[in-house]
Design a protein around this ligand. Structure first.
Ligand code: HEM
Length: 123
């Protein structure tokens, strides 16, 4: 496993590594029966790309995110609640750790994800 990846490296220039991280993340999401029903019919290839661009934007890196704002993107999902959000953040943190990010960077990523909780849960 690569153990010297920084968040900065991951989000800068070459988008392939970030994309492979988001693909690994959605693999976990789709294997989870609490979360997978929400993604029925969603184009996961496009979704992996959207999340990659969104993360680059959220962390202040170069990006070309042209998706909806997070409130509009999630407000039609029935029953979306903290339990789903918690699980998603857990998988994001786990995936970044497995990608070799330092613990400090993993914690930063988790904290940035927390800042969008109320938008995603439409409150
Ligand atoms: C840190 C939390 C989250 C972030 C940063 C995030 C990010 C995104 C982004 C960037 C999109 C694409 C928007 C677009 O297509 O314009 C999206 C769509 C989507 N997200 Fe999330 N998301 C988060 C949490 C969640 C949670 C907790 C769920 C529920 C399990 C979820 C389910 C979905 C689904 C189903 C779509 C596709 C909606 C559609 O195309 O109809 N997301 N998300």
């Amino acid at each position: 496993m690569n153990t010297d990846v920084s968040l900065y490296d991951l989000l800068g220039g070459d988008r392939r590594e970030l994309r492979s991280v988001t693909v690994a993340f959605y693999k976990k999401v789709l294997a989870d029966t609490l979360l997978s029903p929400y993604f029925a019919g969603v184009d996961m290839d496009r979704q992996a790309g959207m999340l990659a661009e969104f993360l680059a934007m959220a962390f202040g890196g170069p990006h070309s995110y042209a998706g909806r704002d997070l409130r509009s993107a999630h407000q039609h999902l029935p029953g979306l609640a903290d339990v789903h959000f918690d699980r998603v953040v857990e998988y994001l943190v786990q995936t970044l750790r497995e990608a070799g990010l330092s613990e400090g960077d993993v914690i930063t990523a988790g904290a940035v994800a927390e800042t969008v909780r109320d938008q995603v849960l439409n409150r």
